[in-house]
Design a protein around this ligand. Structure first.
Ligand SMILES: Cc1cc2nc3c(=O)[nH]c(=O)nc-3n(C[C@H](O)[C@H](O)[C@H](O)COP(=O)(O)OP(=O)(O)OC[C@H]3O[C@@H](n4cnc5c(N)ncnc54)[C@H](O)[C@@H]3O)c2cc1C
Length: 231
């Protein structure tokens, strides 16, 4: 029988003791190849609204094993109806997203995780993404389709009116408020350009004579609950 030298015994014992004292989740970190198959994908998409679902459909059809992680807070969730989007004019944002998700979910190459991607890192084989439950997923490629977050000016009531009577785009929602009293909140060249676009909707917004009208504020306040909104 081989005898272990005293020095080796002490050093190996120390390593074993230190390993046992490490936090459980640290020890559970796996290499890409050791991750359970169900948690490994070709592509992970963070964000499953229109952009994420469109990417998911293209990837799923290309036989890429794809995971879409989404926490259900698209930027337009508060607006009552979407417009200027052919074949979907007048539908709620939630209706459009639900139909898109239904169509993408027909592809068995695409899976969904309802929740938030809370962190991640690059690995030697690709990327590892952690979700709110603590579960980890890995993929060779990672797509961010997380959209944008609108930062509102600190005006009381503005957030509640966002997408309803405070509109971000005259082409999406201007027609619905045509001829109603309108103010433009903006400044510089962008604000001036918006006034020009809005002039056709409210003739009182004559940009040639009322440049000082910019930064005017919000003309009217109307709150409503958008159908299908998460609010
Ligand atoms: C008020 C308003 C009204 C609009 N109206 C119209 C209109 O009438 N017509 C039109 O053509 N366009 C309209 N738009 C523009 C349109 O909504 C956007 O172009 C579109 O939503 C962009 O899609 P997206 O997938 O890039 O981002 P989003 O739709 O914002 O989706 C991003 C997704 O990523 C998810 N996400 C973000 N971070 C994480 C994370 N860490 N983990 C998991 N999920 C995450 C979010 O929950 C969300 O579901 C409107 C926009 C706004 C703000």
């Amino acid at each position: 029988m081989n005898r272990i030298p005293r020095r080796t015994f002490i050093s190996q014992g120390g390593i074993a003791a230190a390993w046992m004292m490490l936090p459980l989740n640290f020890k559970k970190v796996l290499n890409y190849n050791e991750m359970p198959d169900k948690n490994q994908f070709d592509v992970i998409i963070v964000g499953g609204s229109y952009a994420g679902l469109a990417a998911g459909m293209a990837l799923g059809r290309a036989m890429k094993k794809t995971l879409i992680i989404d926490n259900g807070k698209p930027c337009n969730r508060q607006t009552p109806h979407s417009h200027n989007f052919l074949t979907n004019d007048g539908k709620t944002p939630a209706e459009i997203a639900a139909l898109a998700k239904h169509q993408v979910s027909q592809y068995d190459t695409v899976q969904f995780f309802n929740g938030t991607a809370t962190g991640g890192n690059q690995t030697t084989n690709g990327f590892r993404v952690q979700v709110g439950t603590g579960e980890m997923f890995e993929a060779k490629q990672l797509v961010f389709a997380t959209g944008i977050k609108d930062l509102h000016p600190p005006i009381e009531g503005l957030a509640e009116c966002w997408g309803i009577s405070v509109i971000h785009c005259p082409y999406c929602h201007g027609y619905e408020v045509r001829n109603e009293k309108t103010g433009v909140l903006g400044n510089g060249d962008t604000g001036f350009d918006f006034t020009k676009a809005d002039f056709k909707l409210d003739k009182r917004l004559n940009p040639l004579h009322q440049r000082s009208f910019i930064t005017y504020g919000i003309a009217k306040r109307k709150t409503a609950t958008a159908p299908g909104s998460n609010y």
